[in-house]
Design a protein around this ligand. Structure first.
Ligand code: FES
Length: 78
């Protein structure tokens, strides 16, 4: 993890790199991310997140762009 990785979950202070790492280790959904690094488990999003909302959408975008694709060409991750 780099020190300048941007924060994605402001409630739990979880960075983009930590979420990408969880995805590369097999996380495929929000529940997996919550279990892996506690992101998206806070309840002060409106106060702490500059977007004024939960980090869920940002996490889902990271999962979609970094998950390991199945080698057979289907839409499933591995
Ligand atoms: S910003 Fe992630 S749970 Fe609030």
């Amino acid at each position: 993890m780099t020190n300048n990785s941007k924060i994605i979950c402001y409630c739990r202070n979880v960075t983009e790199d930590e979420i990408i790492c969880a995805v590369k280790n097999g996380a495929t959904n929000l529940k997996d991310i919550r279990n892996a690094c506690s992101a998206n488990t806070g309840n002060l999003c409106e106060e702490l997140n500059p977007k004024g909302c939960s980090c869920a959408d940002d996490i889902l975008k990271i999962i979609a762009s970094h998950r390991i694709k199945c080698s057979c060409g289907c839409r499933n991750s591995n």
